[in-house]
Design a protein around this ligand. Structure first.
Ligand code: GDP
Ligand code: MG
Length: 739
């Protein structure tokens, strides 16, 4: 044995820990590799299923020899020839006797044995310090304390062993002063060596108990514990072993019997007697095996620095340390699953993509559950208060991560859902238009909305964790639904616009035909020149505007009912319909104005006037073409016809109804702007005189078809043209004469 910390070597671990591990060395330094050893020997994973035994006794009383025989350990023993101290500090080894003993009893699992440096004036001079410290350490950690004693020492009250026991009792009281509530008991297991057999074990036992009671009464007890009895803290067990060298076979057989007692046991509920082996649950220090090294180190640190050993505080510190450590460990597994998802989401966000991660709810909840379960399994063995707090911290940490992830997921689902909805509705409308325009907008919206909502709902429900308040995503669902309604409203508005455009086109095309027809009637002046005495225009000409207005009203009214029916079918609001109709009337009026302007374009109107004139000039009242004779009053007819046609010009110049000789009630027709109209509803609407007052243009101006200058110009051109017709007519008469 090299005496150095075992794990520091390069050899295999099994070799390194051949002799166990030196927990505390001769310089009182604690070995930080203890946990390695516990991991190596699989004790660390055992939870509470392990046991700790320490051995005490004078130096060279065969302690190490006993442990090696009992537990198959390889603590070094003093060689027969050199009688010098071997065990230094405190050593620990795991029981290597795995199988059942001769008697067929299997020892308890995971027994850790501590071989404590012998106490004897000879081993450390007069240094009682280490003795006290190691006793305190052993008591704070061990369930069973083996007191190794020669038979001939029994009853020697002043012997070295008794001094040690006094120390043990004193430090024990000191411990319990701080840790009253846990009341951990220990077993003092006396193993009497070189038992010759003359004195029965029961006698030796009585003697020892008397001595122990004497020692107990002699120690000074702290305040409040003056009347405490030794049995309040300790149980006792006894065994005797024959001389190892003189009776080697008997020795081995008895050691084997002794080994059979290192099994778990309990107190009978009837008479409180032990049943089974020496390991009673009440002896256990309840330090989880994976925290044992940290706990032991903390305890030793307190002891070595002569601080008051406060085990409850040590246990809390241990719990904090271990719970943090366990939390870090379980988070590694959580991160393995969650970090890639977080990265994927961050990347999608960076690229502005609405990526919905598949199965996120199941994955997240699974990772959360496994993480918390793993933590609970390991950490719940530690101090309850600390554990509960740390569990809360871990859960908060995990949930904060999941919450961010889930909210990101839902905002992606929200975005993707809104896009999908908008695309689906637009697509269905397009398909409907392609298929001839028979589609029900409201139905499309309803169907797509239900479909999109269902997808979102499934996602939100998938993310919800039962019993976890933050994972209720109803508000997000409602927000999503609200946005779909907003999108629907926008799409409906677009649909309204499309409808309006269709209806406006229809109005234009109807106006094109109908108005053209009315103006064409001007071309035929065959109705004659009107009442001869009044010179009034014939009815077909006089009531031109009345007819135009009536036709216009008819078309618009039909368009209005088409628009209303269709808009109602996709659940447009009354307000929206009113705005649409108002726009339609304005647009229709503008279309009518354009149509009229087209009719009165110079070339068109001149042709119509010419036709009108020629019809009046060339045909008689019965509509029969005139054959000019020299006797005919060509000039008179010419003048009359010309005057009659000229009268058309002022008529054409202004849109006036015959009866009232006033413009039609355009403002009344268009009506006031409806309440629901928004600024963008007016953007594409040119101002209308007399309707949009702020524009400054009057109704009179709006109704002016031909300006004054155009009128005069038209008169001049028409006259020239009429003159030409007249000249031609007179010439034909002359030529008729000459023929
Ligand atoms: P420790 O210092 O208490 O650990 O004692 P050791 O186990 O190193 O043994 C000290 C010496 O006692 C060694 O020389 C052993 O051979 C011897 N020894 C061991 N067991 C017995 C025993 O049962 N009886 C006697 N008489 N000697 C023993
Ligand atoms: Mg020894």
């Amino acid at each position: 044995m090299n005496g150095h910390f075992a794990a520091a070597g390069n050899g295999s671990a099994a070799q390194n820990y051949e002799h166990g591990i030196q927990v505390v060395d001769e310089d009182k330094a604690f070995n930080t590799n203890l946990n390695d050893y516990l991991t190596e020997t699989h004790v660390a994973e055992a939870g509470f299923n392990y046991h700790l035994i320490s051995v005490f006794g004078s130096q060279s009383t065969g302690k190490s020899t006993l442990l090696n025989h009992l537990f198959g350990t390889e603590f070094s023993v003093m060689s027969e020839s050199e009688r010098r101290q071997t065990t230094k500090g405190i050593w620990m080894s795991k029981n290597k006797r795995e199988g059942p003993s001769n008697g067929g009893t299997k020892m308890a699992d995971n027994i850790l044995v501590m071989d404590v440096e012998g106490t004897d004036g000879r081993e450390r001079g007069e240094d009682q310090d280490f003795e006290r410290k190691s006793a305190l350490f052993a008591l704070a950690t061990s369930e069973v304390l083996i007191v190794n004693i020669w038979e001939h020492q029994v009853g020697l009250y002043q012997g070295a062993n008794m001094g040690l026991l006094k120390t043990v009792f004193e430090v024990n009281l000191q411990l319990f002063l701080k840790d009253k509530q846990s009341q951990t008991r220990s077993l003092l297991f006396f193993v009497i060596r070189d038992h010759i057999g003359h004195t029965p074990l029961s006698n030796l036992r009585n003697t020892l108990i008397q001595d122990l009671t004497k020692i107990w009464s002699s120690i000074s007890k702290p305040q409040g514990l003056e009347n405490s009895k030794i049995e309040d803290y300790f149980d006792f067990a006894f065994a005797a072993l024959p001389h190892k060298i003189l009776q080697p076979e008997k020795f081995v057989a008895e050691v084997d019997n002794l080994g059979a007692r290192f099994t778990t046991g309990h107190r009978s509920t009837k008479d409180q007697e032990f049943v089974g082996g020496v390991f009673l649950p009440e002896y256990h220090r309840r330090i989880p095996a994976d925290g044992l090294s940290v706990y032991a180190e903390g305890v030793w640190d307190q002891i070595v620095n002569n601080k008051d050993l406060d085990l409850p505080t040590q246990q809390e510190l241990l719990a904090q340390f271990r719970c943090d450590e366990i939390a870090r460990e379980v988070l590694v597994a959580f991160d393995t699953i969650i970090v890639p998802l977080e990265e994927q989401q961050a990347e999608a966000t960076r690229l502005g993509k609405a990526t919905v991660l598949p199965d996120l709810g199941a994955t997240g909840a699974g990772a959360r559950e496994r993480c918390m379960k793993a933590f609970e399994t390991q950490a719940s063995r530690y101090h309850k208060g600390v554990y509960t707090m740390k569990r809360g911290e871990l859960e908060a940490k995990i949930d904060a991560r999941l919450k961010t992830l889930y909210q990101g997921q839902l905002s992606a689902a929200h975005k993707a859902g809104v896009n999908a909805f908008s695309d689906a509705v637009t697509g269905a409308v397009k398909a409907g238009q392609k298929a001839g325009g028979s589609y029900e907008f409201a139905e499309i919206v309803e169907k797509q909305k239900a479909k999109t909502l269902e997808i979102f709902k499934k996602e939100a429900q998938g993310l919800s964790i039962p019993g976890v308040a933050w994972s209720n995503f109803k508000p997000q669902y409602r927000l999503f639904e609200k946005e779909l309604d907003e999108v629907s409203a926008r799409l409906r508005k677009e649909e309204m616009r499309r409808l309006a455009i269709r209806v406006e086109r229809w109005v234009k095309s109807r106006l094109g035909d109908a108005i053209g027809l009315e103006f064409n009637k001007l071309g035929s002046g065959r109705g004659g020149t009107g009442a001869p005495e009044t010179g009034e225009l014939p009815p077909t000409e006089k009531d031109l505007w009345d007819r135009v207005w009536t036709v216009f009203l008819g078309i618009v009214s039909e368009a209005e009912s088409r628009f209303t029916d269709r808009a109602k079918s996709f659940e447009a609001s009354e307000e929206e319909v009113q705005v649409g109709l108002w726009r339609l009337r304005r647009k229709s009026w503008v279309a009518l104005r354009e149509r009229i302007e087209e009719e009165v374009m110079e070339s068109n109107i001149l042709m119509k006037l010419r036709e009108n004139f020629e019809d009046k000039f060339r045909y008689d009242e019965e509509g029969v073409p005139r054959i000019w004779r020299p006797t005919d009053d060509i000039k008179g007819i010419y003048n009359k016809s010309k005057e009659s046609t000229l009268e058309l010009i002022p008529l054409l110049s202004r849109f006036r109804l015959a009866e009232t000789y006033a413009p039609p009630d355009l403002p009344g027709f268009i009506g006031p702007q409806p309440a629901g109209a928004e600024p963008e509803d007016e953007e594409d609407l040119p101002p209308i005189g007399g309707v949009d007052e702020e524009d400054g243009k009057s109704l009179e101006e709006e109704m002016t078809v031909l300006s004054e200058s155009k009128r005069q110009d038209l008169v001049v051109r028409f006259k020239k043209m009429a003159d030409a017709v007249y000249v031609e007519a007179t010439r034909s008469t002359i030529s008729g004469i000459s023929q």
